[in-house]
Design a protein around this ligand. Structure first.
Ligand code: ADP
Ligand code: 5GP
Length: 203
């Protein structure tokens, strides 16, 4: 089916930090050329190597708040003391063109996205096999301090308590299997009847 016959899917992937959502989202982006990459806005400073417009749009707090007030962000939140948000215009344009979007954000972001784009958003929750495995993955990432890891583990149980609000759930034990399952969720969402206006031409 030609891509232009359907609206895009906005797949929102959420998980406790360290469960593997960005690894899985990146694997899908790397192997699928119909995906539009959304670049978030943040008030935090760039880390070494991060580029404006590629990793994030880096804005000061006043500009960020103004964007939120103007309705320029589909969803926004304070995560670990910094503002993060998803720009509206590029996503609406991509979906209208039949491009799919993957967002890796938290459960609150998912709720707000579902409210902003109820017809387009599909929610996928990634669970770690256990809390012990989650902690060892956070340690393995080697980018977070002990204090940061403790903070993320505290937040993990709260995040996990929202898993059943999502449309699909994948346990990320073996990475390749989890990627394949996430890819299947995207495929099934693309084929949902309400997205395939082309079928109407048969009536
Ligand atoms: P998140 O985006 O949810 O915070 P990441 O994608 O950064 O999590 O993954 C956390 C760490 O766990 C990374 O070092 C990643 O390479 C590793 N990881 C992800 N999935 C698996 C897996 N199935 N088995 C082992 N390690 C994994
Ligand atoms: P980091 O500062 O490590 O890049 O991201 C910290 C957290 O912010 C991550 O959990 C990430 O998922 C979240 N985040 C990044 N962009 C957005 C966004 O646009 N909206 C929301 N709600 N969270 C975001």
């Amino acid at each position: 089916m030609s891509q232009s016959f359907r609206r895009g899917v906005c797949l929102v992937i959420a998980a406790p930090s360290g469960a593997g959502k960005s690894t899985i989202a990146q694997a899908l982006r790397d192997t699928d050329n119909n995906l539009f990459t959304s670049v978030s806005v943040t008030t935090r400073s760039p880390r070494p190597g991060e580029k404006e417009g590629e990793h994030y749009y880096f804005r000061d707090l006043a500009t960020f708040r103004q964007m939120a007030e103007n309705g320029e962000l589909l969803e926004w939140a304070e995560v670990f003391g910094r503002g993060y948000g998803t720009p509206r215009a590029p996503i609406e344009k991509a979906l209208a063109q039949g491009k799919d979007v993957i967002l890796d954000i938290d459960w609150q972001g998912f709720r707000l996205m579902k409210k902003a784009l109820p017809e387009d958003v599909v929610g996928l929750f990634i669970l770690p096999p256990s809390l012990d495995v989650l902690e060892s993955r956070l340690r393995g990432r080697q980018s977070d301090s002990e204090e940061e890891i403790a903070k993320r583990m505290m937040a993990a149980e709260d995040e996990i308590s929202h898993w059943s609000e999502f449309d699909y759930v994948v346990v990320n034990q073996e990475l390749e299997k989890a990627i394949e399952e996430a890819r299947s969720v995207l495929m099934a969402s693309r084929l949902a009847t309400e997205r395939c206006s082309m079928a109407k031409t048969f009536l």
